[in-house]
Design a protein around this ligand. Structure first.
Ligand code: GUN
Ligand code: FE
Length: 454
């Protein structure tokens, strides 16, 4: 790969709630896909830097309607559920799992099906600007290998879990690990496979220890997976405090709140990402903070399956790291724009109301709201922090995972006017942005997607 130089505007969120606008900067990316220089036009060497690199590097000068955003990091995607995105959203979680989801996940033993669906999913996510995904696969090894190989080939950075579910009472006969030992051995084989794959994949493909959630896992497998993660220093993912049913079930079975149970099994570490976390209390959140575990906020599926909103602003203020997620297919959309929008709208729904004399009762929680700046932070920096990645910002030393956004894309809903400030344009993009506004996607400096009608 040649070096790449891009000249133009960019936005990123160095701290929670703050956007930095980089206007007419030069971005130089080396052969390894790492940003080496981020040069401001106020820098005395700007012209010289431009002249030096202009003829050696691949060069892109962005149009006035274009800017860079950091690539989106989706911290919770169920890859095998992609064919049912947008359906079966009218039922509760246990019905959804047993009637729709487990049979679908089981069908990936058909390797041709796995190949076709996973290729389409990765293409779709890259076109929607998701440069890194934290995936749940299924319980079978081979389809997960296919997913990992496709991510490697298509250039997406991926963290992938071989799903574990061995508990007889909540996992169906047709879709269950045959024993705790078999589940741990499969996880270990997959971790070894991804370790080898990662050596030849510049962007990184990582195996993740993935107990589905406590109800479908035996105590024995949960304890063994905790030990395995420690031995391999591997990332961990699961579902936590997702809904009333799951929360109550875990309390009844273990006599503990589910956060405490996960912690006691060794499954809450600084490499852990727990989806949902809707019903954490402040003590649970403290365990997250102390262990360095992150929350994958799934605002769309929380509405559909928990009938609830996670108080994310409060968790952030407690010092817990939060990434954002689509939760395909509990969430219906592959787009992190949709996840950002729902995160903002949900947070506003949680905010206390403007009280009217005819409705004086207290409702909502003060300081729950957040805005487009927080949403972009969670979709980029929050996800990078959760996965211990040096990306999500345009800074020297960071991997160049980026999107070229064009506000004047064909059939775009976005409109901008001369009186819009740069922050207005970013806010409009977060609220009105679509796949068509993403012209190009880079992962680790490599072009992994180009919109067709450029
Ligand atoms: N809890 C256990 N499995 C799942 C799943 O596949 N999706 C969601 N949203 N919640 C779960
Ligand atoms: Fe999930």
């Amino acid at each position: 790969m040649k070096t790449l130089m891009i000249r133009g505007n960019a936005f990123h969120t160095p701290t929670l709630g703050n956007v930095e606008v980089l206007q007419d900067y030069l971005f130089l990316i080396n052969e390894d896909g790492v940003l080496t220089d981020v040069v401001s036009p106020t820098n005395d060497n700007y012209d010289e830097f431009y002249e030096t690199h202009r003829n050696h590097a691949d060069y892109i000068h962005l149009k006035d309607s274009q800017f860079l955003l950091p690539g989106f990091i989706d911290t919770h995607v169920h890859a095998p559920q992609w064919p049912q995105a947008g359906k079966a959203l009218h039922v509760d979680l246990p019905t959804w799992l047993n009637t729709y989801t487990f049979p679908l996940e089981n069908s990936y033993q058909d390797e041709a099906f796995a190949q076709t669906v996973y290729a389409d999913l990765i293409d779709t996510l890259l076109a929607n600007g998701t440069t890194t995904s934290l995936y749940f696969g299924s319980i079978h090894l081979e389809p997960n290998r296919i997913l990992a190989q496709l991510c490697a080939d298509k250039g997406q950075r991926a963290f992938i879990g071989n799903v574990v579910m061995d508990d007889i009472s909540q996992s169906p006969d047709f879709y269950r690990n045959s024993s705790p030992e078999q589940a741990v051995a499969t996880t270990e084989s997959f971790l070894s496979f991804t370790q080898h794959l990662s050596k030849t994949t510049p962007q990184g493909i990582y195996g993740v220890v993935t107990p589905r959630f406590i109800p479908t896992c035996s105590d024995e497998v949960l304890a063994d997976l905790g030990k395995l993660a420690s031995t391999y220093d591997a990332p961990i993912q699961s579902h936590c405090s997702e809904g009333d049913w799951e929360h109550a079930y875990v309390q009844e079975r273990t006599g503990k709140r589910d956060t405490q149970a996960l912690y006691d099994f060794g499954l809450l570490t600084n490499k852990t990402v727990m989806a949902h976390c809707v019903f954490l209390n402040d003590e649970d959140a403290l365990l997250f903070k102390q262990s360095g575990a992150s929350i994958a906020h799934c605002p769309v599926s929380n509405v559909l399956f928990a009938n609830a909103i996670a108080p994310i602003r409060h968790r952030l203020e407690q010092g817990v790291n939060v990434g954002l997620a689509t939760d395909i297919s509990g969430g219906y959309s592959p787009s992190m724009f949709d996840a950002m929008r729902q995160a903002i709208l949900s947070s506003r729904t949680l905010e206390d109301g403007v009280h009217h004399t005819l409705a004086p009762e207290k409702r909502g929680c003060p300081n729950s709201r957040f805005d487009f700046r927080h949403a972009l932070y969670m979709a980029t920096v929050g996800g990078a922090t959760a996965l211990s990645l040096q990306t999500g910002l345009f800074k020297p030393g960071y991997s160049f995972d980026a999107l070229l956004i064009d506000t004047q894309a064909p059939d775009s809903n976005l409109r901008t006017y001369d009186f819009d400030t740069p922050e207005d344009i970013l806010q409009k993009t977060i609220f009105l942005g679509q796949r068509t506004n993403i012209v190009s996607t880079w992962v680790q400096g490599r072009s992994v997607y180009k919109r067709k009608n450029n």
